[in-house]
Write a new protein. Structure first.
Length: 287
């Protein structure tokens, strides 16, 4: 008997301020795509995004935003942008924000204000922010404030792990093993390992997922047909795996194709449904 299908949550969708995107980033996004008009409508209008989600078979999405002005073009205003964008639709559009400690002096105060305003997730994108996740031990002590706020408020923190192709990005900041310090120093913090360290740090990512019970795996940016190649023991962490697509990043064809590809994997139906629905509902319960 197949498992009942619950509402699907895509925990990793990039709907961001279109006008902030740097030309080189936009050029990379355009390559090989034929859905730019759809993307632009979704960026401009939350109603268009919800309609698109309906067509793709997704009930909820987490909208990933963060400050990375010198690489991506996203200024400090991007956090307020996503909070405005999702206002009135947060049953389906969950705002993610990201504070860059290279530019913000009062990380703790800003994190508290963003949490009060409805942020459901904090994002640390090392290759784009040009910081390491464990830089609270060195040049960016403000990250400690961010993690302490997130831990106290029970807000997960997502970390980009693996490579990035955008001009100016430094993939060395995406080494997931730097999260070992975070897991040790913040044992009650829920950590989401985005992209599973793909393509060449997947074993390190799986080691961390097995070591730290509050670490979760976000499948975004991983082609479904590579999931079991890179994570052959994924069933061992089945309660901490989250469906994500990274749409509309380069190389991500559509949410629906990723969803169909994941459902086609030779895994038990109840495991697939945990990936798609129940794990995210537990991590991001409806409000």
């Amino acid at each position: 008997m197949s498992a009942a299908r619950g509402p699907v949550t895509d925990v990793h969708v990039h709907v961001q301020p279109w006008e902030m995107i740097r030309p080189a980033v936009m050029e990379a996004m355009r390559k090989g795509r034929d859905d730019l008009d759809t993307i632009r409508r979704c960026f401009d209008d939350p109603g268009a995004l919800v309609a698109h989600m309906d067509g793709e078979g997704v009930a909820r999405t987490v909208l990933i935003n963060y400050e990375a002005p010198d690489v991506m073009g996203f200024s400090t205003a991007t956090n307020e942008w996503v909070l405005r964008y999702t206002e009135g639709r947060r049953d389906r559009l969950l705002p993610c924000v990201g504070i860059n400690p290279r530019f913000e002096r009062d990380v703790r105060g800003r994190a508290e204000r963003l949490a009060d305003a409805g942020a459901r997730l904090f994002k640390v994108h090392g290759p784009h922010m040009l910081v390491n996740p464990n830089d609270y031990l060195g040049p960016h002590p403000g990250l400690r404030d961010l993690y302490e706020v997130a831990q106290a408020r029970r807000i997960p923190v997502m970390f980009h792990t693996g490579t990035s192709i955008f001009r100016g990005a430094r993939s060395k900041h995406g080494d997931p093993l730097q999260l070992e310090d975070v897991g040790i120093d913040f044992p009650d913090l829920t950590v989401i390992i985005a992209h599973g360290g793909r393509p060449f740090w997947t074993e390190q990512a799986f080691f961390l997922l097995r070591r730290f019970p509050r670490f979760c795996l976000d499948l975004s940016g991983i082609p479904p047909n590579r999931v079991l190649e890179w994570f052959p023991r994924i069933e061992e962490i089945a309660d901490r795996v989250l469906f994500g697509t990274d749409w509309p990043s380069p190389g991500v064809p559509s949410i629906a194709k990723n969803l169909a590809g994941l459902r086609a994997l030779p895994l038990p139906a109840d495991v697939i449904e945990r990936f798609l629905s129940s794990n995210a509902l537990r991590l991001f319960p409806p409000r």
